[in-house]
Design a binder for this molecule. Structure first.
Ligand code: SF4
Length: 356
């Protein structure tokens, strides 16, 4: 275990100096110049962006962030939104439990905190769906609390600065301790964002640009020539494959058969085409309504965090007046493929050639 205190003493001022010149321009960010003029970040926007950025890239998040903030400009507006509206707007961003927790959290802020986010990491952690990372990030960025913010970028930078050889995820406590020792009492919010920016733009995973790095003289991994090898990662177990069948039905008037998935479980609360259960053994047919289902020989492939999914496609045209025992008909004029989760959009793209 390395000691961050002595080696890390001069890192914060150097990194803040670099951030003042090279901070990324992000739609949810109050940059260093505006911050120095006294502008304060809006905690709602910081929180929203941090929830969206979990497991997702900045590039993927930007459009979602813009649409959410145009439609729901503050936490009270989001708290008043309907579940289905928010889930539809989130569609495609993945990890749908985040969207359900987002709504729960917004409603708790309005109901229990008079519409104002708590101002400490500890207070924020008490809200539904806010874990240690998000609490620390919002407390640091929005309220300048000297909270330790450790995302994947920060883990990488710290592992390299101090040559932490322990593989992830076992190294997390050590990396957090080292990051905490680096966090300054002055401008901790800018420091947290500077670490993230350095990891995202300079100290990148495969080929760190050490030649332009402000921390090159403090970096042990660079000195030892092992920067690109860190952080080490424990080998991942191979993902199992699950199978299922997805049923895409279209009525003669153009309506599509959709159902809202159960609240708990994958894609919980999202709208989609009916499917069988997903299991490692090939499933039996479980069509949502009696029809002349055909097998176009296509398969929807999608990867979740813990498994690969293969869904065999079935399609059917059904006459008007058919009442489904499962799901409901969505008229063609109201059907928005963009409001479907990515897996279901893939099924739609495969089926549309046969059914449109
Ligand atoms: Fe990363 Fe290289 Fe900078 Fe070290 S010198 S922090 S490895 S970019």
């Amino acid at each position: 275990m390395r000691d961050g205190g002595a080696a890390g003493g001069g890192i914060a001022p150097v990194l803040l100096h670099w951030y003042d010149r090279h901070a990324r321009d992000l739609p949810w960010r109050i940059g260093p110049a505006a911050r120095a003029r006294g502008e304060r970040p809006d905690p709602y926007r910081v929180w929203l962006s941090e929830v969206m950025l979990q497991q997702t890239t900045v590039a993927a998040v930007q459009g979602y962030y813009r649409r959410f903030t145009e439609r729901w400009p503050d936490v009270a507006a989001l708290a008043a939104a309907g579940d289905a509206e928010v889930m539809a707007e989130w569609a495609g961003l993945g990890y749908y439990a985040r969207a359900r927790n987002l709504l729960k959290c917004a409603r708790a802020v309005v109901a229990d905190h008079d519409g104002r986010f708590p101002e400490t990491a500890e207070g924020l952690r008490a809200l539904p769906g806010i874990g240690p990372y998000t609490a620390a990030a919002v407390a640091a960025i929005a309220y300048d609390e000297a909270a330790t913010v450790v995302d994947g970028n920060v883990e990488r930078v710290v592992a390299r600065l101090f040559t932490v050889e322990t593989p992830l995820p076992s190294a997390k406590p050590e990396l957090t301790r080292l990051a905490a020792a680096l966090t300054p009492a002055k401008r901790p919010g800018c420091f947290a964002q500077a670490m993230m920016d350095l990891g995202a733009t300079v100290c990148t995973p495969k080929s760190p640009a050490c030649g332009i790095c402000p921390l090159i003289h403090a970096c042990r991994a660079r000195a030892e020539g092992i920067a690109a090898d860190l952080p080490r990662k424990a080998p991942k177990a191979a993902k199992p494959v699950r199978q299922g069948i997805v049923y895409v039905a279209r009525r003669a008037d153009g309506a599509w058969l959709l159902e809202t998935r159960p609240e708990t479980g994958l894609l919980g609360g999202m709208l989609g085409f009916p499917t069988t259960d997903w299991a490692e053994a090939a499933p039996a047919e479980a069509a949502p309504l009696p029809a002349d289902w055909t097998d176009p020989g296509a398969e929807v492939r999608h990867t979740f965090t813990h498994f690969h999914l293969r869904l065999a496609l079935r399609v059917a045209r059904v006459p008007e007046g058919t009442d489904p025992p499962r799901g409901h008909w969505v008229p063609a004029a109201e059907f928005r493929p963009a409001a479907l989760p990515t897996l279901m959009r893939k099924a739609f793209d495969l089926a549309r050639g046969t059914l449109e």
